[in-house]
Ligand binder design. Structure first.
Ligand code: HEC
Length: 167
């Protein structure tokens, strides 16, 4: 029955087009499930500082964000008297994300580095943090960088391997 076949093809066409669109947009915004921070970090995390020049080896300009799990420890750190040598422990699952940019206005994300606090003893050689380098679309460039990153984060200005303070 040609008339009926034509009808059902027409009815399915919008769904077929939707499927193609979904596949295409899925490609462009793929967020790797191994990445320790969500694509929505800018609405769910706290911004620690505005766009600034970086001392980091792989970035020109940066903005750093902190997950809700890190907040209480960051508050305690900020409350220490100036010059205090006391350290504050970071809770498991605390995440810091440094968003890296090439331009001084921080307008286009170049890539991310991120660190997530693991259970005590989970990665002792890397300070019990998971260290990641992530592409601008959320793809893992190296989602388990370990000691390649942690060694440099032991500088005196860093607390429990976190170097950025709230400001
Ligand atoms: C040569 C030293 C060095 C190396 C290597 C390094 N970092 Fe950093 N990192 C820093 C410094 C210094 C900061 C403080 C912010 C700034 O100046 O950019 C920082 C900040 C960060 C932050 C924000 C939280 C914090 O600690 O301040 C993250 C997340 C981070 N680095 C992840 C990484 C990852 C992941 C790697 C490996 C791919 C890495 N870092 C390698 C020096 C280093």
């Amino acid at each position: 029955m040609p008339a009926q076949r034509q009808f059902s093809t027409r009815r399915l066409l919008p769904f077929a087009l939707l499927g193609v669109l979904a596949a295409l947009s899925g490609c462009a915004t793929e967020w790797d499930s191994a990445v320790v921070f969500p694509a929505s970090y800018s609405s769910t995390y706290e911004k620690l500082h505005d766009c600034k020049a970086s001392a980091h080896p792989a970035a020109k300009y940066v903005v750093t964000w902190m997950s809700p799990e890190a907040k209480d420890a960051m508050d305690a750190l900020a409350a220490l008297p100036a010059g205090s040598t006391e350290t504050i422990a970071w809770p498991e699952n605390a995440v810091f994300v440094k968003v890296q940019y090439d331009d001084s206005a921080c307008s286009e994300v170049q890539s991310f580095t991120a660190m997530k606090k693991l259970a005590a003893g989970a990665a002792t050689d890397a300070g019990d943090w998971k260290w990641q380098h992530v592409g601008a679309d959320g793809e893992c460039l190296n989602c388990d960088n370990g000691t390649a990153c942690s060694g440099c984060h032991t500088q005196p200005a860093c607390n429990g391997l976190v170097c950025t303070k709230r400001n």
